[in-house]
Design a protein around this ligand. Structure first.
Ligand code: MEV
Length: 434
């Protein structure tokens, strides 16, 4: 048994020693491996260590860039952090393709965050609503100091209302609050206000002999009114491309089918949306935002009709190809990791220090381009061709191929099916021959 007590109190070296000695056969090489991923600058390493708990080292991910994103007539070079082969290449490809066709348009449709306080109450519904309306202005006044700074930046609390959920769960009620958190993602701001508002609501109810039990107060990661729309549009004839092996119209129609399938079938919808999130998550990670929050929200939004569906919309009208993505994105460009992580800072600088709304537009644009690229491949050549090209490099790295072998393999596999076995056989045969 490798259980341990007080692990969090160990120093970093003690933690590594414990792991190396208890989980591996060769503790010394494990120690070396772990330490080889430390930052060479001690102060920088400390910053990373302090982001989380029980930190022993860093986990590297590739940081790539997509130049030539033309969005609302402005050019961006977009940072993307992702390990999956082909994602950055696909986004770059689609960016170049659309830059020649007018670029991406994106607009903010709404900009509002949400928090909830859930509580239990089992007496007269009307008295609760009367009481709530009476104490609401007092609560808003008393929590106002917490919103002072946010208000100075143009944000603050927008609305506070009472919802009766007792039809779903006996005795369940909810205080529903909306916020404008400007350029902050706003989790701390919202949660502090909710906890204080919950306490005040409880105190005031006690004074009036009303029996409520607060269960919890927390922001909601579902922000359907923090919405951005990105769109692509061009004449169908402009989609004509000899590489497609079909006419622009045939391509557009096959593309339309792919989108219809994502509306009709949940299995396809999930993969369709996963492709969109390949792009969005990569930018979210590169800018120090919370990809779990954005993922959870995107998928809830995809199911808003009661059925999980693809997030993009297509319309082929008047000889025009119109393709769009509407997605809620709750992002921050100040606070949190955005200023603490040196590479998140670098990403934001590379993007021209966008505010939260601009970052929403950029992410939606990349999500749509990413999806465009995937669908374009899927309905024409299939995606394996591009994917396997990148995969070949991973296999060659894994097999310790030399530079010369890499070049020969790239040439050889241009016209052959790539698999682990085939690459291994290719390398062995060459190595035997030498
Ligand atoms: C792979 O990570 C993403 C795709 O499967 C997306 C899609 O099928 O639309 C290529």
């Amino acid at each position: 048994m490798n259980t341990v007590s007080g692990f969090s109190k160990f120093t970093k070296i003690q933690k590594i020693d414990f792991l190396a000695e208890n989980y591996f056969n060769d503790p010394n090489s494990i120690r070396d491996l772990i330490q080889s991923f430390w930052h060479s600058d001690e102060k920088s390493q400390m910053t990373f260590d302090e982001f989380s708990e029980n930190t022993i080292t860093n986990f590297f991910f590739p940081y790539g860039v997509v130049p030539n994103l033309l969005l609302n007539n402005k050019s961006y070079c977009v940072p993307m952090v992702i390990e999956e082969s082909s994602v950055v290449a696909a986004a770059a490809n689609a960016s170049n393709y659309w830059a020649k066709r007018g670029g991406v348009r994106a607009e903010i449709l709404s900009f509002e965050k949400i928090g909830q306080i859930h509580f239990i109450y089992k007496e007269s519904r009307q008295s609760l609503f009367d009481f709530f309306e009476r104490v609401k202005p007092e609560i808003l006044r008393e929590v106002a100091p917490l919103a002072d700074n946010m208000q100075k930046r143009g944000g603050g609390i927008l609305e506070m209302s009472l919802k009766d959920l007792s039809g779903l769960e006996e005795g369940l009620f909810q205080i529903f609050m909306t916020f404008d958190t400007q350029d902050a993602m706003g989790a701390n701001f919202i949660n502090s206000i909710l906890e204080m508002a919950g306490r005040l609501f409880k105190e005031k109810s006690q004074k009036e002999g009303i029996s409520i039990e607060i269960i919890m107060g927390i922001l909601s990661n579902y922000t359907p009114k923090c919405l951005v729309k990105a769109s692509l549009s061009c004449k169908i004839s402009e989609l004509e491309d000899p590489k497609l092996g079909m006419s622009g119209l045939d391509f557009a129609k096959r593309f339309e089918w792919a989108v219809k399938i994502s509306k009709a079938d949940v299995y396809r919808a999930t993969t369709h949306n996963k492709g969109i999130m390949n792009g969005i998550d990569s930018v979210i990670l590169a800018t120090g935002n919370d990809f779990r929050a954005v993922e959870a929200c995107a998928h809830a939004y995809a199911a808003r009709s009661g059925r999980y569906q693809g997030l993009t919309e297509i319309a082929l009208t008047n000889d025009t190809f119109n393709y769009s993505l509407e997605i809620p994105l709750s992002l921050g460009t100040v606070g949190g990791l955005t200023s603490l992580h040196p590479l998140a800072k670098l990403s934001l600088t590379m993007l021209g220090n966008p505010n939260a709304k601009e970052l929403m537009r950029i992410c939606a644009a990349i999500g749509l381009l990413q999806n465009f690229s995937a669908i374009r491949s899927l309905v024409t050549s299939g995606i394996q061709k591009g994917h396997m090209k990148m995969h070949l490099l991973n296999i060659l790295n894994h097999m310790g191929a030399t530079d010369e072998e890499r070049e020969l393999a790239k040439e050889y596999f241009k016209t052959r099916i790539i698999s682990f076995k085939a690459v291994s056989e290719f390398l062995s045969s060459r190595r035997i021959l030498q």
